[in-house]
Design a protein around this ligand. Sequence first.
Ligand code: ASP
Length: 324
Amino acid sequence: MWAIIGTWRMALEGVKLASEILENGGDAGDGVETCIQYIEDFPYFKSVGYGGLPNENMEVELDSAYMDGTTFDFGACGAVKNVKNPISLARKLSTLDANNFLVGSGADAYARKNGFEIVNMLTDRAKIHYKNRIYEENKFKNKKELKPYLGHDTVGICALDSKNKIVAGTSTSGLFMKKAGRIGDSPVIGSGLYADSAVGAASATGLGEDLMKGCISYQIVVNMKNGMNPQDACQDAVKYLDDVLKKAKGKSGDLSVVAIDKYGNFGCATNIEGFSFVYASYNTPAQVYLTYNEAGITKYKLASQEWLDDYMNTRKAPLVKKYE
Ligand code: ASP
């Protein structure tokens, strides 16, 4: 028995690659790393790895984490520049006895010293997005201070292998136009991801600043440990944090989560429209699901072929430069 779930449609091709590994009796960690590497390398996903959107200084800064639910080994990197595969760096850091979470120049230096591939992660498309945004900011708002924008998304993967090992991993370029050095929930254990092979795993995407306030991935795993199925565990955690934030501050950021339990059952929940995810298991092919909310409860359905075609066409459409 094996299963894998990933946030957003962008996980599809990677989940298919990981499915082959898991179907052949491979390791959940290899599945997660292979899956996320593919997504990091694909230039048209503008919120993960190569092609990710830059910070306010037009620098791509990447966050990633890896957690082994059997050993509880955890590794993460934050605000790394020009590391081709942050997930591989995070996995390597998870094997160390200390220094498991490195950020900024220290993480970059570690990657260089340890033979990780270094490439310029800023693509021409990402530059156009950045320059268009600056142009719009100047033209329409005339504000000097740049704000973080939508256009973020994290790939979060949870995988169970046939030896009952569960692993979770994340990778993201974080918020578009973020401050240099800003790190969200994605590389933070318990917030962006959590895995416990005796229970299950969860991963989150959305506004990191708010997701961290609920330690949401840990909360989902605890919910499952306390007997909830993955769907109820996700729903409960999202609703609770959404309610708490709205009560305290009058608003809540985007909160979307996925989870699997130790039997390979999955769950998802979100407080936004349009969250998608990918699930595959030993008896279910890799497919994209779209979520929708009915009376505050997250439901999901298979994505139509039209939606899937439109997704890739939109990602690859030529960009119009708004500036000179
Ligand atoms: N959670 C990520 C962050 O705040 C972004 C996202 O998943 O959309 O960096």
